[in-house]
Write a protein that binds this ligand. Structure first.
Ligand code: FES
Ligand code: FES
Length: 130
C-alpha cells in the first residue's frame, strides 16, 4: 500500500507521543479499538481552566495510518475548546492525510478517541460537582 507523504511524515516523526496523568482531574483519556484490525489508540487531553485543550498526547498500537491520524489530531486539538474538538470529523483527518478507502477506519478510530477523551474529561467534571 502506498502511503501519502503526510502519513509517512507523521509516522516517522509522530507528534505528541506520550502519556498524561490519567488520574488528574483536568485530563481526559480516550481508549478505543478497531474491531476490523485489532489496532488500539489511546488519546489524552489536558484542559485548562478556560476550557481550552492545552496538551494532547497519544499512544497508538497500529498501522501507519492510525499512528498518523492520532499524531495529526494531537496537533489539531491544542488550543481548541471541547466543542471545537468534538466537531473534528474523521473525514477531515482522512482528507488531510489522503487516506485510501481501506484506511478510512483508521481515521474513524481517531475521531472516536477524541470523543472518548472528551467524555472521560466531562464525566470527571460532573463527578467533581456532585
Ligand atoms: Fe491494523 Fe494495520 S491492520 S495494523
Ligand atoms: Fe486498522 Fe489502521 S488498519 S487502524
Amino acid at each position: 500500500m502506498a502511503y501519502s507523504n503526510k502519513v509517512i511524515d507523521h509516522y516517522e516523526n509522530p507528534r505528541n507521543v506520550g502519556v498524561l496523568d490519567k488520574d488528574a482531574d483536568n485530563v481526559g483519556t480516550g481508549m478505543v479499538g478497531a474491531p476490523a484490525c485489532g489496532d488500539v489508540m489511546r488519546l489524552q487531553i489536558q484542559v485548562n481552566d478556560a476550557g481550552i485543550i492545552e496538551e494532547a498526547r497519544f499512544k497508538t498500537y497500529g498501522c501507519g495510518s492510525a499512528i498518523a491520524s492520532s499524531s495529526l489530531v494531537t496537533e489539531w486539538l491544542k488550543g481548541k475548546t471541547l466543542d471545537q474538538a468534538q466537531a473534528i470529523k474523521n473525514k477531515d483527518i482522512a482528507q488531510e492525510l489522503a487516506l485510501p478507502p481501506v484506511k478510512i477506519h483508521c481515521s474513524v478510530l481517531a475521531e472516536d478517541a477524541i470523543k472518548a477523551a472528551i467524555e472521560d474529561y466531562r464525566s470527571k467534571k460532573v463527578a467533581d460537582q456532585a
